[in-house]
Design a protein around this ligand. Structure first.
Ligand code: FAD
Length: 476
């Protein structure tokens, strides 16, 4: 990618202003600032401009201009991504292309159980629009008030309901994409069966903006459950949690919609940082599992299922204790304990974070083998281990030993990553379960993917984006 002279960048920006209007071509530092720093505040990049198209045609026009001037494009939705995928590097050569103005719900087909939306629609608005039609759009994550469907699909987001409904990929039937050449591919098909060659939709999902720009999507809707019920179980170990998962799945089948593991260290951290959140058990326990059940029949049905399953778990000594939420407020309170873990970590200081996935059956062995290796290498380090156990996804974060500064501990980042990710590889897991690769984990990807897999990925990238203008420096 060639460096742009000042004269050429002025001509490019003037052309963008003609395409979008002055208001939607941001070049002033204060206007651009929110688009240049990532959500966790770890990186601030520079950009030639932030472009805010208001239609699919304008996205295509802007991409064509970028092709003409060889300007790299960084697509951005809600900028809540956690791997530095949606922010530019520090060269100042790229434009950030914000999809936020493409925020129309285009169509709802309640009988086909689909909704066609612009990529810039906020996830929570899509959930609300689905609910207004008596349907459920089940993708749910803590950033849902800010993140966009385009970002969710581009990072193949997971969240709390994957166990029952799958991740973003499984919730999308069709896409509309502006290619790196500025063509508009209309793949907005609401089909549950479509075996007509290579699945381009699947290629763009999870591509983190490196292959094209998602401008629209056909999303899958589900019937609204009649009732949901939440419980927190206390247990002795990750192995007990695995046994509980099997027991719950046997008893409750598809009604089990959430199964979240958190260690006592996580709960202590949350209660210490957010004292208004009540501790659910009088006595401490080693591990906790947050359970959610949904019923398509009735609240009595959900309560009955849960009570029978918990009764069996207590009888077989799989769990030591359990509390069941008897109101929406109590249910919210239990979920808040889980959702506040990342916030409590952020308040307590810096962590070295890992978003890993493993075969579900290997999780206890992974934890019991990796924790001592970390302790041996970094005595006193503290493990903040929680996650979507039902999906085999752990957030396996490592906090500094008491008394050590964040800076001193973060100097060990590569060595900590090596212990954790080498062990993930040993168990045939993945170094990124749901957050993606972005710029943050690019080197880790190169280390753990096979040379052949990397070569195939580069071949796809070169075929679709030969000029290399789509989100360079991300993933590959
Ligand atoms: P951005 O951050 O703007 O972008 C993410 C990536 O997608 C970037 O590479 C960007 O270039 C690309 N992109 C964005 N829009 C487009 C588009 N239209 N076309 C092409 N490329 C595009 N993730 C989970 O999976 N599960 C969780 O439980 C979860 N919890 C989170 C909780 C919090 C508090 C936060 C801050 C984040 C969480 N995330 C989680 C991260 C998650 O990836 C993002 O929240 C979300 O999916 C990204 O959407 P976004 O619109 O913010 O995308």
């Amino acid at each position: 990618m060639s460096l742009l002279s000042t004269a050429m960048s002025s001509t490019f920006l003037a052309h963008c202003r003609t395409l979008l209007g002055d208001t939607y071509v941001l070049t002033g530092a204060p206007d651009m600032a929110p688009f240049l720093t990532d959500w966790r505040g770890r990186h601030t990049g520079h950009a030639l401009a932030v472009l805010r198209p208001g239609s699919v045609q304008q996205v295509a026009d802007v991409v064509r201009a970028c092709v003409q001037w060889s300007i790299p494009i960084v697509p951005q939705g809600g900028n809540t991504g956690l791997v530095l995928g949606g922010v530019p590097d520090t060269s100042g050569q790229a434009v950030v292309l914000s999809l936020a103005r493409l925020n129309t719900i285009r169509e709802t087909d309640a009988l086909n159980r689909t909704m066609t939306v612009d990529a810039g629609c906020i996830l929570q608005h899509v959930q609300e629009a689905a609910a207004a039609h008596g349907c459920l759009f089940p993708l749910s994550l803590a950033a849902e008030g800010t993140c966009t469907i385009g970002g969710n699909l581009s990072s193949n987001a997971g969240g709390t309901a994957v166990l029952r409904y799958g991740n973003a990929r499984e919730l999308c039937l069709g896409l509309e994409v502006v290619t790196p050449q500025g063509d508009i591919w209309n793949g907005l098909r609401g089909l549950r069966k479509d075996n007509t060659g290579y699945d381009l939709r699947d290629l763009y999902i999870g591509a983190e903006g490196t292959l094209g720009i998602i401008t629209g999507a056909v999303l899958k809707l589900y019937p609204q459950p009649k009732a949901s019920i939440t419980a927190l179980a206390a247990l002795a170990s990750p192995s007990s949690a695995l046994r509980l998962l099997a027991l719950m799945q046997d008893h409750c089948g598809a009604s089990l919609t959430g199964f979240e593991l958190m260690s006592s260290f996580c709960l202590d951290l949350v209660v210490a940082q957010f004292p208004h959140l009540p501790r659910p058990f009088a006595e401490p326990h080693a591990q906790y599992v947050l359970l959610e059940l949904s019923s398509s029949e009735s609240e009595e049905h959900a309560v009955g299922l849960l009570e029978r399953a918990i009764g069996a778990a207590l009888e077989r000594r799989v769990i030591d204790d359990a509390v069941v939420a008897t109101s929406v407020a109590q249910s919210r309170g239990l979920w808040q304990l889980r959702e506040h873990i990342p916030l409590a970590q952020a308040k307590a200081g810096k962590n070295i974070k890992h978003d890993i996935s493993l075969p579900v059956s290997c999780i206890p062995a992974f934890i019991t083998q990796t924790a001592p290796l970390l302790e041996q290498a970094f005595p006193g380090c503290q493990l903040v281990c929680f996650g979507h156990l039902g999906d085999g996804n752990l957030h396996f974060n490592v906090a500094p030993p008491e008394g050590m500064t964040n800076e001193a501990f973060l100097a060990n980042q590569d060595a900590v990553n090596r212990v954790v990710h080498d062990n993930v590889a040993k168990f045939h897991g993945s170094i990124s379960a749901e957050h993606g690769i972005g710029a943050l984990k690019r080197e880790e990807l190169a280390r753990y993917k096979s040379p052949l897999e990397l070569k195939l990925m580069r071949t796809i990238k070169a075929a679709l984006d030969p000029q290399g203008i789509m989100n360079p420096g991300k993933i590959l």
